[in-house]
Design a protein around this ligand. Structure first.
Ligand code: SF4
Length: 280
């Protein structure tokens, strides 16, 4: 089987950087354990590999011993996490993606200038919880057009809009347009990261060139399933988490397979799938 790989597949720049930094820390550690606040990524195989190396994850800072080393993942955290962990003498390894860090700085800067911060995104996503923590947890978080009808905006206030890095551009634009009809003093910064879009465009390009597509990533990963749906519209598409789910017989009718992967899929899992397909 001939195998082609999407130009942008798997880890984005920010996740790759965070995972490599965490791995280097684990390789060179002098302490028994290193802690992370929440899972580094949503990929079981990767999480297990890091656990074996001595990474312990907790969702709550209070469950992490003082004086320990703490990895902050690429999603970033609220300002309070830095102050609380410093006051407990923790050593911070900060792998916050620079694109997310930029939004923290914007939120803090505009909040301190007296603006009300509006974030377009999912209110339960760790990235949004983190950004909100840089404007005193006072941001207005909007995830749909309908929600705007239930919000009362103060005409004497200034408002500044930012977005979750993985927000959908079309929805962001529509929300901003609607906000403009309700708020006079509105400034907007589109802080959507291009990584998701690039991965989707690469998948479309590749799907047009091959007989079938294999999309690797979590069944519950929304960016992976989005790739699956995009590819399905073009060619027969297999959605898998690891190579173990592949069955040779299923590829009997195909000569060229395309491979892409969601943002939380490590390179070694992609490589195993490619090797397996090439052997068919
Ligand atoms: S999707 Fe973009 S913002 Fe998010 S971690 Fe990746 S590079 Fe950073």
């Amino acid at each position: 089987m001939e195998v082609k790989i999407a130009q942008n597949a798997g880890f984005c720049f920010g996740v790759k950087r965070a995972m490599q930094t965490a791995w280097d820390e684990l390789e060179n550690k002098t302490e028994d354990k290193i802690y992370s606040l929440g899972p580094l990524i949503h990929n079981k195989q990767a999480v297990d590999k890091y656990k074996e190396k001595g990474l312990v994850e907790h969702d709550d800072l209070d469950n992490i011993p003082s004086d320990s080393k703490l990895i902050i993942r690429s999603h970033g955290v609220a300002e309070k996490v830095y102050t609380d962990s410093k006051s407990r003498n923790m050593e911070i390894v900060d792998t916050t993606c620079p694109f997310v860090k930029k939004i923290h700085n914007i939120a803090k800067d505009y909040y301190e200038k007296g603006y009300k911060i509006i974030i377009v995104g999912n209110p339960t996503h760790p990235e949004i919880i983190g950004i909100n923590g840089w404007c005193n947890n006072e941001a207005i978080i909007i995830s749909s057009l309908e929600e705007i009808d239930n919000i009362t905006f103060d005409p004497t206030e200034l408002y500044h809009v930012v977005s979750q890095t993985t927000a959908n551009l079309e929805l962001f634009d529509k929300i901003v347009e609607k906000l403009k009809t309700k708020i006079d003093n509105l400034t907007v910064q589109n802080t959507i990261c291009s990584a998701t879009k690039e991965r989707q465009l690469s998948a479309i390009d590749l799907a047009k060139e091959v007989d079938c597509m294999v999309v690797i990533g979590g069944k519950h990963s929304s960016n992976t399933q989005k790739l699956v749906n995009i590819c399905k519209e073009i060619v027969p598409t297999f959605s898998i988490e690891t190579k173990d789910e592949l069955e040779k017989e299923a590829f009997a009718a195909f000569k060229v397979a395309g491979v892409t992967a969601g943002a939380s899929t490590p390179d070694w899992i992609i490589d195993e799938v490619i090797e397996y397909l090439k052997e068919i």
